[in-house]
Design a protein around this ligand. Structure first.
Ligand code: G3I
Length: 349
């Protein structure tokens, strides 16, 4: 029985990452900037309105070397109901990144959740859907060519439980796989250098979804799509079983492409009922962050594209809309590093 390249590579990475570290639960009095302790770019998501806050802007500048617009580079912001485009907010983020010498990551071009009226109300007799689709992608990617280092070209295309690929406006109009291969080709046409990602979530939690994600990636490559990176969002919780992230990264790395941990946060609130105490919740959170840091650090350097936290201060997290008491990120509301930040930093060593 010949082992596939994926099996051999993946097994090596999974086996090599089985040591555990003592996790201190006290918040560190001092921690070097995240970007200074990592051997790879460290990122966070940002919003243009938050950048007006000097404390927020200073924390971003101090801690990370890459930023991802949290929502203002998506169709929901850019595409007006009349089909016109607006770029004021993403341009502000791009200008901030340029001024601070921070890499800019583009998120996201095609997402099943986003189906703006500008496309839904398209007069296809005047403008064929495929033309509007190509125009959107080439306009947005072309606008930031030379600054954006990578794009989430297709986001969350795999069904929640891994049973095939999601249905969407894009798949209905342009084909299940074809709308994705087209998106990658249009992005490459507009930017010859950016790394072009397929991005998805729960790849560490759901091995069946991860397998389907990798099957989709292989199908795209086979179809000639210029897919050149794989993003694993890593929105997870302290209850995630030990080893799940290491196994997922080993598996995803088996295709040999650059990997982006693209949106990590670890939500204690969502797991509250599974732990006996706050201290145990926070210990679990620290363990998961440490494992992600360790597993990502053990990837070959050419596959360590970036490690992005989906926010820096707890109060800025999208998860606050679900539970205002949630504390999923590396820094507290005052921008001070938490115990999980120290655990993440130790996981890099
Ligand atoms: O800030 C405006 C506010 O001025 C306006 O009054 C209000 C009206 O709706 O919108 C506010 O913007 C919201 C924005 O978050 C900032 O809070 C948008 O409506 C809302 O759609 C947007 O949600 C974002 C969501 O993606 C959808 O784009 C979240 O911030 C963002 O964290 C979330 O991120 C996603 C990733 O893109 C993909 N992976 C999952 C992840 C979490 O859902």
């Amino acid at each position: 029985m010949t082992l596939s390249r994926r099996a051999v590579l993946g097994a090596g990475l999974a086996l090599s990452a089985c040591d555990h570290r003592e996790l201190s639960l006290t918040a560190p009095s001092h921690l070097p900037p995240l970007k200074d302790v990592a051997q790879f770019p460290v990122g966070t998501c940002v919003r243009s309105d938050f950048l007006a806050d000097p404390a927020y802007a200073a924390l971003v500048e101090a801690q990370v070397s890459q930023v991802t617009p949290e929502w203002e580079m998506k169709m929901e912001y850019i595409v007006g109901d009349d089909g016109a485009f607006r770029f004021d907010a993403p341009d502000k983020i791009a200008a901030f990144a340029k001024a601070k010498g921070i890499r800019l990551f583009g998120h996201t071009l095609v997402w099943y959740i986003q189906k703006p009226k500008g496309f839904l109300n398209l007069d296809e007799a005047k403008t064929p859907f495929a033309t509007a689709y190509r125009n959107y992608i080439t306009t947005v990617v072309g606008r930031y060519r030379g600054q954006v280092v990578g794009w989430d070209v297709v986001n969350e295309a795999v069904a929640d439980e891994g049973d095939g690929w999601r249905d969407s406006l894009w798949s209905q109009k342009l084909g299940k796989l074809e709308h994705m291969t087209l998106a990658f080709h249009h992005a490459r046409e507009a930017d010859p250098d950016a790394v072009l990602f397929l991005n998805d979530f729960y790849l560490e939690l759901k091995p069946k979804k991860r397998a389907e994600f990798l099957r989709l990636a292989e199908a795209l490559l086979k179809a000639g799509a210029p897919l050149t990176g794989l993003g694993t969002q890593t929105h997870c919780g302290p209850e995630l079983p030990p080893g799940a992230i290491k196994a997922a990264l080993a598996d995803i790395a088996s295709l040999g492409l650059p990997i982006h941990i693209s949106e990590m946060d670890v939500s204690p609130a969502r797991a509250r009922g599974l732990f006996k105490s706050r201290a145990e919740l926070e210990a679990g959170q620290a363990r998961v962050y440490a494992e992600a840091a360790e597993a990502f650090s053990q990837l070959p350097a050419r596959q360590r594209f970036a490690f992005t936290h989906w926010g820096l201060r707890d109060k800025d997290s999208w998860l606050k809309h679900e539970d205002p008491t949630d504390t999923p990120l590396m820094f507290d509301d005052q921008g001070r590093p938490k115990a999980c930040a120290a655990a993440w930093e130790r996981g890099l060593r």
